[in-house]
Design a binder for this molecule. Structure first.
Ligand code: NAP
Ligand code: GDD
Length: 332
């Protein structure tokens, strides 16, 4: 039985990846950090919380990473843990760097020293491109020009993974993933903020959704599809870096149209308020990934399209908010 160590197990991708690997008969270990109030809701939603072996540890604490790696001696390591919210990275740049850049270095060093033959997946991101593109799309050859502390820290993580591969012959693969979402996406991200807001408006629990820039375009896919690509990268004979995307993009306005349409509201404009606090000091306008390399070499392709994804998220949020509304009514 293969052993996988996932950092970031409580997050969106950690939960989907754990579910995927368990179905493939892996023994799954999840690194979990000490917090005052532990939230296992993503793992519970996917019904995997009781099937994972949890290991205490934190990407900011090298000793904990060494101890985790020595204890498990994993075949595969998926480094998904991060301060993953771009917006807050301007307010907490040092924490973001410590986790996303130095944290990656800490775990790479632990792997190099104590289990150098393990295959290592690094959660890299389309944010590293910033606004650069080649004729409107980003490929593995597009130059990087990160535009947030988050993206700069992630770019350091990307190059560290490449450097450990080149310097120590380690199996390190970067997945350059474009935005991917699901019903367990954090509510601070724009997709879930909108699907949760639409459900609340539908049940009379909110009057509007406050947003920043409505003009940016993102290449949104489904997280459940993307974790398969992570695994496929580690099943190759040689380590390499891959873009994972749908190859299509949509604006926030398209997203609003689709989400409100799902609950029968044709004109969303009266429910959306612009709020400058959600605008970013520097923005990424258009992301659209060229996923040809992943299709050809990994045999991977996305299964869930944009409309299906947003409808799925709205439907799950409607179910959740319906329960909340019912509870509130019973209290009256
Ligand atoms: P997420 O839902 O925000 O999950 C982040 C995870 O990292 C959580 O489990 C969190 O644990 C953990 N974490 C944060 N700081 C940590 C620390 N110091 N030590 C140990 N664990 C820590 O993120 P996601 O959407 O699943 O994304 C997974 C990874 O892919 C991230 O690295 C993200 O930057 C990257 N990525 C995501 C996307 C996307 O669209 N989702 C696209 C490209 C790349 P707590 O529960 O304790 O907070
Ligand atoms: N979060 C948020 N909240 N974003 C808003 C809002 C708002 O109220 N209003 C407009 N937006 C715009 C943002 O300015 C951005 O242009 C776009 O919506 C998407 O924002 P997010 O959903 O926060 O995602 P992101 O693209 O910044 O980052 C996500 O994808 C990256 C991959 O491209 C995160 O998952 C990152 O961790 C990931 O690396």
């Amino acid at each position: 039985m293969k052993k996988a160590l996932i950092t970031g197990i409580t997050g969106q991708d950690g939960a989907y990846l754990a579910q995927f690997l368990l179905k493939k008969d892996y023994k799954v270990f999840g690194l979990i950090r000490r917090v005052a109030s532990r939230d296992m809701s993503n793992l519970e939603y996917l019904d995997v919380a009781d099937k994972i072996s949890f290991i205490d540890g934190d990407l900011t604490d090298e000793a904990s990473l060494i101890s985790a790696v020595k204890r498990i001696y994993p075949d595969e390591i998926y480094n998904l843990a991060a301060q993953s919210f771009v917006g807050i990275s301007w307010d907490q740049p040092l924490t973001t760097f410590d986790i996303n850049a130095t944290g990656t270095l800490r775990i790479l060093n632990a792997v190099k020293t104590f289990c150098p033959t393990a295959k290592f997946y690094q959660a890299s991101t389309s944010e590293m491109f910033g606004n650069s593109n080649d004729k409107g799309v980003q490929s593995e050859a597009t130059y990087f020009h990160p535009r947030s502390p988050y993206a700069i820290a992630k770019l350091a993580g990307y190059w560290l993974a490449v450097n450990y591969r080149e310097s120590y012959n380690m199996f390190c693969a970067n997945g350059i993933l474009f935005n991917h979402e699901s019903p367990i996406r954090g509510k601070e991200f724009v997709t879930r903020k909108i699907t949760d807001g639409v459900a609340k408006i539908k049940f009379g629990l909110a009057e509007d959704i406050k947003l920043g820039n409505l003009d940016s375009f993102r290449d949104w896919g489904f997280a459940g599809d993307y974790v398969e690509a992570m695994w496929l990268m580690l099943q190759q004979n040689n380590p390499d870096d891959f873009i994972i995307s749908t190859g299509e993009n949509h604006s926030i306005k398209d997203l609003l149209n689709t989400a409100f349409n799902r609950v029968g509201i044709k004109d969303w404009s009266r429910y959306v308020k612009l709020d400058p606090q959600y605008k970013r000091p520097s923005e990424l306008f258009t992301l659209k990934g060229q996923n040809g390399k992943a299709k050809e070499k990994l045999g991977w392709k996305p299964k869930v399209g944009f409309e299906q994804l947003i409808n799925m998220m709205v439907d799950v949020d409607l179910e959740r908010i319906k329960l909340v509304a019912k509870k509130l009514k019973n209290k009256e």
